[in-house]
Ligand binder design. Structure first.
Ligand SMILES: [Zn+2]
Length: 189
């Protein structure tokens, strides 16, 4: 942070405010504490009969790879509104949202994914500005090698496993970056 968004001052200090436990960006002129907290990514897993809808990304990161419709929750929006909006924006798809299905914490990049199950209301979907292509996939056709994000691959894997079991419980998990291998292990190959 280079300047204070409250008063425009450039004197930003990193310090622990009184009564707090973590260092924060604090404006030395006006005293505003600029909290930084994780962002919520919200999306859906749209299904039609046995198939699921995926979007091929037209934007970075992961241009050209496949994903479920998802994006950052906006201020003033509920999770359900965000998931429905992202599905419309990225896949031009109208859905009836079902239950919240996966919640995945990504503490290394300060994000939380929240994905809902959804049922496609019609088949008039197509790529929005952020997608190159939108398609329905059977489980056997899912392009596992070119799924854009681990959160999406995990959501899809859960879904196909649960579908065999006939239950879709809420899955809460985390993806933490793997610790680098210690040098002796690296040398050992
Ligand atoms: Zn300020």
């Amino acid at each position: 942070m280079k300047f204070c968004s409250a008063c425009g001052a450039q004197e930003i200090e990193l310090r622990i405010p009184e009564g707090d436990t973590l260092p924060r960006c604090v404006c030395a002129r006006c005293g505003t504490i600029h909290y930084q907290n994780p962002k919520v990514v919200v999306g859906s897993l749209p299904q039609h009969e046995s198939r699921v809808l995926l979007c091929k990304r037209a934007i970075e990161p992961r241009h050209g790879l496949w994903t479920l419709p998802a994006g950052f929750l906006e201020n003033g929006e509920t999770l359900e509104q965000g998931a429905t909006r992202e599905t419309l924006e990225e896949a031009d798809a109208r859905v009836e949202l079902g239950a919240l299905y996966t919640v995945i914490s990504l503490p290394q990049i300060n994000q939380v994914y929240m994905m809902f199950r959804a049922r496609l209301l019609d088949l008039d979907f197509g790529p929005g500005p952020e997608s190159l292509e939108v398609r329905l996939f059977d489980e056997s056709d899912v392009p596992w090698e070119t799924i854009a994000f681990r959160t999406i691959a995990r959501t899809l894997r859960n879904y196909f496993l649960d579908r065999r079991l006939g239950v879709h419980p809420l899955h809460v998990s985390a993806i933490e970056r793997r610790a680098p291998l210690p040098p002796d292990l690296l040398a050992a190959g």
